[in-house]
Design a binder for this molecule. Structure first.
Ligand SMILES: [Fe+2]
Ligand SMILES: [Fe+2]
Length: 340
């Protein structure tokens, strides 16, 4: 029990009589709120997630070994997960977000499936990667973003003439499990047959655009007039029909830090996972400083103060990130404030 001597907070002394009473409650599947109230109703968010930086040069050799050890078919999805030390039981990288790095050889594919979790992929390297989403085949190049929104059939693969490909997967699997709302289905056929997808009167809760090419997104980022003192220049990947986020639970953005630019620090509810798309720099998260370079991935827990900086005096730095802010906003839980 966490006692606090503040009016309105639980502050009960243990006595032999009370201890016997607690045992009697437990026997009937009951409990005394005052024993846990201060813990389950913290003054502010107390994430179990910790800030983590995964250096690509450290994880890359381990990712490359996976295809030598397990077939794409047996693994179903051959992914090395990025697991937050504080969220192991949820397979989360931060908060209620999952991320992993998937590796595939030319000619390999994952069988078609769909799930309640919303998913995206940010391509890291290789030639010949493709994703089929609801019958539509999308060819993918490094740093393209592709969505496989909740409930869409999808399968992935690499053309036989391509090269080994690596990408980052981002999903809200832990959120779906926290809400006890997860489903998974395999397609009746191993692979989907290509079929045109009608986008007339689009009313689905996610973007009708499944692929956001790097070239176009990066151009838009460089021209972006949205500048935040906390993020630098920002390009939001958005649903062109609504102007809102790409998927109901997951948002994504690119941010550009000019040479030597440093952002102010802030914090907000909601978690984010970053991948360095270009350049090198640093982020201070919850008082810890992390130095990053291209392809490094790092986790931002909810409510942790954070700021970013570009270390280079001549090159731009670009961060790709995805987050659970749409879910936070939909539930009226999004909160943000400047910090020191
Ligand atoms: Fe999937
Ligand atoms: Fe932020």
């Amino acid at each position: 029990m966490k006692r606090e001597s503040v009016i309105g907070r639980a502050n009960v002394d243990d006595t032999p009589e009370l201890e016997a009473y607690y045992r009697a409650l437990e026997g009937e599947a009951l409990g005394a709120l005052w024993n846990v109230a201060n813990e389950i109703e913290p003054w502010y968010p107390q994430p179990k997630s910790v800030p983590v930086l995964w250096k690509w040069r450290r994880i890359e050799p381990l990712v490359r070994r996976a295809p030598e050890l397990v077939s794409a078919e047996k693994a179903a999805r051959r992914v090395v997960m990025l697991v937050n030390p504080g969220r192991k039981e949820w397979s989360a990288a931060a908060g209620l977000l999952y991320t992993g790095v998937q590796i595939m050889n030319p000619g390999e594919f994952t069988s078609a499936h769909r799930h309640q979790a919303s998913a995206l992929r940010f391509i890291m390297e290789g030639r010949g990667a493709y994703t089929v989403v609801d019958g539509e085949r999308l060819a993918l190049c490094p740093r393209d973003l592709v969505l496989t929104p909740n409930g869409t059939w999808h399968d992935h693969g690499i053309d036989a003439g391509g090269t080994q490909c690596v990408w980052q997967d981002g999903l809200d699997i832990p959120m779906m499990n926290a809400l006890d709302a997860n489903f998974f289905e395999v397609h009746p056929d191993v692979l989907q047959k290509p079929a045109p997808l009608s986008r007339e009167n689009w009313s689905k809760p996610y973007s009708p655009v499944f692929k956001y090419s790097w070239d176009e997104s990066y151009e838009a980022l460089k021209k972006s007039t949205t500048h935040s003192v906390f993020d630098g220049a920002v390009y939001q990947y958005s649903n062109p029909v609504t102007g809102g986020p790409i998927m109901p639970t997951i948002g994504a953005q690119l941010q550009l830090l000019k040479p030597k630019e440093q952002t102010k620090a802030h914090r907000h509810t909601g978690s984010a996972i970053y991948q360095v798309a270009k350049g090198r720099g640093w982020s201070v998260i919850g008082g810890q400083r992390f130095e990053w370079e291209e392809k490094d991935i790092f986790a931002l827990p909810s409510w942790a103060p954070h700021s970013h900086g570009n270390s280079s005096a001549s090159e731009d730095a670009v961060l790709f990130s995805f987050n659970d802010f749409p879910a936070m906003r939909a539930l009226a839980l999004y909160r943000e404030e400047e910090t020191k």
